[in-house]
Ligand binder design. Sequence first.
Ligand SMILES: C[S@@+](CC[C@H](N)C(=O)[O-])C[C@H]1O[C@@H](n2cnc3c(N)ncnc32)[C@H](O)[C@@H]1O
Length: 512
Amino acid sequence: MADRLRADLVAAGYTVDGVLDRVGAAAHAALPHDGGAAVRHVLRETSDPCAVLIRAWTLGEPVAGTHLAGALPRTGLTGLTSLGLIAPAGAGRVRATCDVRPYAVQSGAGVLDTWLVSDFGESVIGGPLPPDHVLGVGGASLTLSSWTPRTAVGRALDLGTGCGVQAVALARHADQVVATDLDERALRYARLTAALAGQTWDLRQGDLFEPVTGERFDLIVANPPFVITPRTSEVPRYTYRDGGRAGDELMGTLIRACVDHLEPGGVAQFLGNWEIPVGADHWSHRPEAWLADTELDAWVIQRDVAEPAEYAHTWIRDGGHRPGMAGYQELTDAWLDDFARRAVAAVGFGVLTVSRPGAVGAAGSSGDRSPYRVFEEVLTPVAEPMGPAVAAGLAARRWLADHPEAAVLDRAWRCAPDVLEERYGVPGAADPAVIRLTQGGGLRRTVTLDTVGAAVIGVGDGSLTAGQALTAVCAILREDPCAHRAQVIDLLRTLIADALLIPADGVPTPGG
Ligand SMILES: C[S@@+](CC[C@H](N)C(=O)[O-])C[C@H]1O[C@@H](n2cnc3c(N)ncnc32)[C@H](O)[C@@H]1O
């Protein structure tokens, strides 16, 4: 039946591009903020198939049964009822039981037009969300999806799948997808999402890693219920965002537990919040503590920081409570008291990407080594999608960690195609005052170079190793290569880690 519905939805133009064409970019962009008012204005009294489906499954409005049956001739009302997607609404009308939203997955295999099945949001419900709300695609879902490395893998796990937004993308580059959730209703929706995508996932119910006890994966992703929530009775426990642990401890639990579920060389990626305690010397205090007793390589990027009051407002508002509404003040008090009890100065948000060392085929590896740990704050816009840069960054960082520091001098490197050199100077001056490399993609890095560093990078045409380039440059500049060696090694490692420099022979760093 899902096959028939998919064919109907495509024929009706109820796809990402079809809906965009039907309602226009402006009304479509307003949809998350205006409760569908602009879309309603565009559709007015029309009853073409795409308009009927937008009303039913995006706006959550009752529609005439005859119109819906006409829009979906292969499925019909009987088919929709058997899939649990509609219920009678009186006077010959039917109402969708859930949100069925077009979604497009871009991958190396092309674009997959599909749909995500979830609960209707606040604008359709018309009030605060119930605690068992199953989230549709949101900003955090899209962030994780963008950052996930899309390297082909064997087994992938989506922990806390919800409507299945991560799993549907994983299935494009993983041989097998296991998707779990604590919530039975979420799994019902995920099952429909998978069926509409024509995909098969292994769906399992349970808490965190419990449904995959004893199993290992090449890739684990989770947009977990990471919202720091006071554990007091007046605060609703939304399953979609509250993992039931005090403070940010859910993230620590996930990080420590994922070690046992990763294959050697496997990668786990989590979105999450971390508390930044009053007096902490660095924002990464908590992520560093979670990783301390593990052997995981880790690359943690803080993308946002919120003061406790701002954080509390965001999540109270997310549940449908606005300032001035009954209960808003009590909820604010509960959140701020909770943060005060643990002396929390701010809350960080970001992407934690960890990897289990020991990838098969790490040729040239120096063997046992300490895990690398990178904690960096990037609050500015980054490439979209970020997955390719994450994959390249993981491979490069692993190669750097696996080799002695000076090994970078033994290879030939060249600038990646998205890197530009900028030179600034006083007008008329013979030499520039500042030389910078800027990266167009990835984390959009900017790195300042000295004259020797710029010359070593500049001669990188693939014919010389970096060490040979340093010797040649120093001969021309009448400098002692030994005096610049350590600084050039540091510069090369910085540029290699973020893929501003790539191997000149085109052979990726092992694991890439
Ligand atoms: C923020 S939603 C993410 C949904 C979806 N993966 C996404 O990226 O949009 C978190 C999901 O985790 C589920 N969840 C909550 N507590 C859980 C637990 N203890 N174990 C497993 N899943 C849980 C929720 O039901 C919800 O579907």
